[in-house]
Unconditional design. Structure first.
Lengths: 249, 133
């Protein structure tokens, strides 16, 4: 989720690239956009920052829930079993009594921590679900519709830009333009794929959360953690194109 | 707020579609058009794209506003989940202390004085770990 930052920050980037291209053959070695171009895209900069912050709130929530669901009960029950055994030994009980008290101590502690964890997880999943739905839908709309719209526009303008400078019959120029065009289109395709992957990830997160919130009462806490895990894994797999973009930028 | 975002997106799409249509026409008739005619179409596309960008920006603002009220709820639940986890960790720490104290009590009760230094060492370790965490 945090990798979505590269997409949100590119809202302004896409706008700047289109406007820079529209300024008749701007030298690439002068990367600063003109004040007019920067002004035309100014709104997208603070919006990108706000969207990254929103995505971070969502990521922090999932991280906290995953940690709570994955808490190792044995870290509580094993010392409790030992405490029970030691207490029973001190009370001078026989070996089978010591064993019973030890196991009972562990079970009671495990039941307490298990119930505590399950009840809280259920409450949090249920309470957070409508808000997770609103947030993921909002981010999905921005990336899937707004950002994709800007990229489509950028693609159209990229074609116009190349058509404008193309001179029929000039083989050397055609060769160089072809090479540059493939590079630019490839980069654009990569951004579009990253946006598609991010949208898919948000949809899966929303569906998984809804499913969990609805069925968590029937699931053991360990199962909640197991249920969350494939989505977390899938999310990581889906996010590689965005990581690529972030690294290249 | 979500409606406002949807309306802005519909308008943005409208301008995007118009730009697409103009570009389709320009592309289909590219060889027949003079340079001046192409420029007219390209300027029109640019203006339509600008309008698309303006409404896209309005849609993003409206989206940010629409999710604004949900963020504190998610942040609050995140804090609660962190506190619940901390509580469980504290229980684990207390259980470890209880285990060590019980071992000490067992060593004293059974008069196994050789075990006492080890039991005290365990308690010190557990307390230090608990304080550190």
């Amino acid at each position: 989720l945090t990798q979505g930052a590269s997409l949100f920050n590119d809202l302004q980037g896409s706008c700047l690239r289109r406007h820079t291209a529209v300024e008749r053959v701007t030298p690439a070695f002068l990367p600063e956009p003109s004040p007019a171009v920067a002004n035309a895209c100014a709104d997208f900069a603070p919006q990108g920052v706000a969207l990254v912050q929103d995505a971070n709130v969502l990521a922090a929530y999932f991280q906290a829930m995953q940690e709570l669901a994955a808490f190792d009960n044995s870290s509580v029950s094993t010392p409790a079993e030992a405490a029970g055994a030691n207490g029973a030994t001190a009370a001078d009980l026989n070996s089978s009594q010591i064993d019973s008290i030890s196991k009972l101590s562990g079970l009671v502690t495990r039941a307490f921590t298990g119930n505590y964890r399950r009840n809280h997880l259920l409450e949090y999943l249920r309470d957070a679900d409508p808000h997770v739905a609103v947030l993921t839908t909002g981010l999905e709309n921005v990336v899937g519709k707004d950002y994709q719209g800007l990229l489509t526009e950028e693609r159209r303008n990229l074609n116009i830009e190349y058509q404008r400078v193309f001179k029929p019959g000039d083989t050397a120029l055609t060769l160089l333009l072809n090479r540059a065009y493939r590079g630019d289109i490839g980069e654009l395709n990569r951004r579009q794929s990253a946006a598609v992957a991010y949208v898919q990830a948000l949809q899966q997160i929303r569906q998984a959360h809804r499913k969990l919130a609805a069925s968590a009462r029937r699931l053991e806490t360990k199962q909640v953690s197991v249920e969350l895990e494939p989505y977390t894994k899938k999310l990581q797999d889906l996010l590689w194109p965005m990581k690529q973009i972030a690294r290249d930028n | 707020m979500a409606d406002e975002a949807n309306r802005a997106r519909q308008l943005a799409n409208l301008f995007a579609t118009m730009a697409e249509d103009v570009d389709d026409y320009r592309t289909k008739h590219f060889s027949e058009l003079t340079l001046a005619q192409r420029t007219v179409f390209e300027d029109a596309i640019e203006r339509l794209d600008d309008a698309h960008d303006d409404f896209t920006s309005v849609a993003i603002d409206a989206t940010l506003n629409s999710i604004e009220k949900d963020l504190p709820q998610i942040a609050a639940i995140t804090t609660q989940a962190g506190e619940a986890l901390q509580h469980l960790k504290n229980v684990a720490a207390v259980a470890k202390i209880a285990s060590s104290l019980a071992a000490l009590a067992a060593a004293i009760t059974t008069a196994d004085y050789g075990l006492i230094p080890g039991a005290i060492e365990d308690i010190t370790t557990v307390l230090n770990t608990t304080q550190a965490s």
